[in-house]
Design a binder for this molecule. Structure first.
Ligand SMILES: Cc1cc2nc3c(=O)[nH]c(=O)nc-3n(C[C@H](O)[C@H](O)[C@H](O)COP(=O)(O)OP(=O)(O)OC[C@H]3O[C@@H](n4cnc5c(N)ncnc54)[C@H](O)[C@@H]3O)c2cc1C
Length: 243
């Protein structure tokens, strides 16, 4: 669980009604002046989970293997490339590729560039969604800090842009001045798998066996992953009950 601060530029943003997410978070309070970076008049403080992906991603398949699953790694060119495994059901959770695999043209990339830097001793996650230079967020992790970011709808470009790296550093130093002492470790670009809405749905048309789609998670795929997985499980159980 990570102490977090959302910076606000006007009084209205910190007065009721608070943003929609505040209800889910629960304990949200006004930041004290001594908790704000220079130049910021307002902020909201709360505690939320922070997931460290280099730890979490290896853990997930390990947990699945420990549950007794047979693991086959293979790149599929079409969804029916898995039929030789004689599945009872196929779950289509191929992220950015899921749309192409099933001919869904509403899937689109949302490019995000982030910068990984040394942690100068920060423990607080800070963000300013209204920074004039673009969104700014700082997430301290156990070994480093993730600084973001960009959100470029429709861009397939996975090459880091040095101009964006400099701009991200500048605006993150505005919201966490201690970062001026940090060293850049890496710049990374990812494509969020966008879609007008998340698709978690049973499809009996595509293959001789039922397909459960689970894709289009956009910029919130980690946040909603357990909820989507529960929905997929419920659909699979429903299938089991009717066969
Ligand atoms: C910069 C950035 C910041 C983000 N920050 C957050 C955040 O703070 N919170 C949050 O909740 N989300 C965040 N996201 C979004 C999150 O990473 C995605 O929503 C999430 O990873 C989508 O998960 P997924 O399982 O649908 O797709 P993926 O994670 O892309 O997984 C798809 C899998 O399918 C496999 N695959 C694809 N094609 C094939 C094929 N043809 N054959 C076989 N396998 C295939 C891939 O190898 C991959 O393992 C961020 C994303 C970016 C880029």
């Amino acid at each position: 669980m990570r102490d977090s601060l959302v910076l606000c530029r006007d009084a209205q943003s910190v007065q009721p009604p608070l943003p929609a997410w505040a209800d889910a978070v629960g304990d949200v309070r006004l930041a004290r002046p001594d908790e704000l970076p220079p130049g910021y008049p307002y902020g909201l403080r709360f505690v939320v989970p922070l997931v460290e992906m280099p730890l979490y991603l290896p853990y997930l398949p390990q947990a699945v293997l420990e549950a007794g699953v047979r693991h086959v790694v293979r790149r599929v060119a079409a969804l029916d490339d898995v039929m030789d495994l004689e599945p009872d059901v196929v779950v289509n959770a191929a992220g950015m590729a899921a749309g192409a695999l099933v001919g869904d043209e509403t899937v689109f990339p949302v490019r995000g560039q982030i910068v990984r830097v040394t942690n100068p001793g920060l423990r607080l996650s800070v963000r300013d969604e209204e920074h004039p230079g673009g969104r700014a967020y700082v997430h301290p992790r156990s070994e480093d800090c993730i600084l973001g970011g960009t959100l470029e709808v429709g861009s397939w470009d996975t090459e880091p842009d040095p101009g964006q790296t400099a701009a991200i550093l500048d605006r993150c130093i505005d919201i966490a001045p201690q970062l001026a002492r940090s060293r850049v470790l890496q710049t990374v670009v990812g494509l969020r798998p966008g879609r007008p809405e998340v698709r978690v749905e049973l499809d009996r048309e595509l293959l001789p066996v039922p397909v459960i789609h689970d894709y289009g998670h956009g910029g919130a795929g980690i946040t909603i992953s357990w909820g989507c997985a529960q929905d997929v499980t419920a659909l699979a159980k429903q299938l089991e009950a009717t066969t």
